[in-house]
Design a protein around this ligand. Structure first.
Ligand code: NAD
Length: 450
């Protein structure tokens, strides 16, 4: 038995070091874009502007200031600007009090950030990153105004999480200079940028964006236009299957524990409480508009209706006593879950740890395969980089696509086909997953055709 255990530990640790090696190379690969070389011209960013000084805009402006680049923050009123600048100052002051930044350095960075309500002040910006409310009409209007206010070579980027950037680009006379710069929250902390290439974007725009990520100390991953781009599209499917499991018999804290034990910093329900149940609710409302016939879980609506939105209301799936960030299971939520299952006519059943993990991770993988077959990333390992830096997928598991190859695509395809029988629509197996599994190949062998 002890011999068997030795073999098991050796295999497990062998996979860990393989995963770490994979991530090391994946991070180097991610910067390589076919057709773009060191000779491709790109714009040096000497001056930047950020539209919207809210949660994301303030953090994005900090990134520029941290890199020594002067940045102008724009908002609709002096009050909004003062609030935005106040948060930025508070963030820096926190770093100073923790000894991570000197007061002198903080003053220098604050001095690089100016604020205005007038687009006319943006004439000489080399790049503008827009981070206003997620509203297509508003963004199109702003891009039209930026097109007039900025010099002709200014790159216009949006931090949108879901909107069609081709449509935003078409609202300007320079669609070749429009792109997505999708930062993750908190934008001054998270290393990932999904750099979104529109259909019309020029090589120079792409090269500038990829170089900008480096300048800002970020990991930039080039992705294509599509709902939720890469990371969030995968996350939403995994979150959905987690919610279905809860309707069928699992409890949120049981699901979260399994995902945490796999190596994620937190599970989907704790993450939902952090990001806001109201935020996920409105994302689902948008998705319903696009896909009215697709099945949604009911339990999330029921929790939303209670007004428990997560940490911001001191309770969501969990309870957060006195502003604590660690939740404790809420009995009333458990009751609500059991009642909802009964209303849905679902006979609750036990879920093993293994089943929870498989459903969650294989849902991610299947959606990753769809992203890959649609050509929204350059290579499978780019998805692994996105999931590590954007969502904390543990490095020692190597990212969802590497993990899939380790498990074997045959097994994953079989399981996903079962989930498809259970849930329909959202879990339709990817054609690419099916064909690679049939050929006994892995995602690592797959070359995206450009
Ligand atoms: P927010 O509500 O915190 O901030 C939006 C800001 O835009 C506000 O300060 C508002 O006054 C300002 N604004 C509105 N209209 C304006 C206008 N016409 N001109 C200038 N400023 C205007 O929103 P947020 O959470 O920072 O999100 C901003 C964008 O970033 C959205 O597109 C969102 O989808 C995206 N995003 C958000 C997150 C996140 O976790 N919050 C993550 C990635 C991307």
């Amino acid at each position: 038995l002890s011999h068997e255990r030795d073999v098991f530990v050796r295999l497990r640790d062998g996979n860990k070091s393989k995963a770490m090696r994979h991530m090391f190379f994946a991070e180097r690969e991610v910067a390589k874009v076919p057709g773009i070389t060191k000779q491709t011209p790109f714009k040096k960013i000497n001056r930047a502007a950020v539209i919207g000084s809210g949660t994301m805009g303030g953090g994005i402006a900090m990134n520029f200031a941290n890199a020594g680049i002067p940045v102008t923050l724009v908002d609709v009123s002096d009050e909004a600007l003062a609030a935005g600048l106040g948060k930025v100052r508070g963030n820096y002051a926190g770093s100073v009090s923790r000894g991570r930044l000197t007061q002198d350095e903080m003053d220098k960075r604050m001095a690089l950030i100016s604020a205005t309500t007038a687009y006319a002040d943006l004439a000489d910006a080399d790049i503008v990153v827009e981070a206003v409310f997620e509203d297509m009409e508003l963004k199109k209007k702003i891009f039209g105004e930026l097109d007039t206010a900025c010099k002709p070579e200014t790159i216009l980027a949006s931090n949108t999480s879901s909107l069609d950037l081709n449509e935003i680009g078409a609202a300007t006379g320079r669609p070749d200079k429009v792109c997505g710069a999708h930062f993750f929250s908190p934008a001054n902390v998270m290393k990932l940028m999904e750099n979104v290439r529109t259909g019309a974007a020029s090589d120079e725009t792409v090269a500038t964006l990829m170089n900008l990520s480096k300048t800002l100390g970020k990991t930039g991953v080039l992705v294509g236009v599509g709902d939720g781009f890469v990371g969030n599209r995968m996350l939403h499917v995994a979150a959905r299957i987690a919610e279905f499991m809860v309707e069928e018999g699992a409890l949120p804290w049981q699901v979260d524990q399994v995902i945490y034990d796999f190596g994620f910093p937190m599970g989907p329900f704790a993450m939902n409480d952090l990001a806001g149940i109201d935020v996920r609710y409105s994302i689902r409302q948008e998705q319903l508009k696009l896909n009215a016939d697709l099945r949604q879980s009911v339990i999330l609506d029921r929790v939303y209706e209670t007004g428990r939105y997560g940490q911001k209301t001191n309770g969501g799936w969990y309870n957060y006593e006195d502003g604590s960030r660690t939740g404790t299971p809420e009995p009333a939520i458990e009751e609500l879950i059991v009642k909802t299952s009964a209303e849905l006519g679902v006979q609750r059943r036990p879920f093993s740890k293994e089943e929870i993990l498989e459903r969650y991770i294989y849902a991610l993988i299947n959606t990753g395969a769809k992203v890959l077959e649609e050509g929204l990333v350059l290579r499978a390992s780019d998805i692994d980089v996105i999931w590590h830096y954007g969502y904390g997928f543990p490095r020692y598991q190597g990212g969802p696509m590497f993990y899939a190859d380790l498990v074997g695509l045959n097994k994953i395809y079989e399981k996903v086909s079962q989930f498809y029988d259970d849930y329909g629509d959202w879990m339709k197996p990817s054609d690419l997953l099916k064909s690679l599994a049939g050929e006994g190949r892995g995602f690592a062998d797959y070359v995206v055709s450009s």
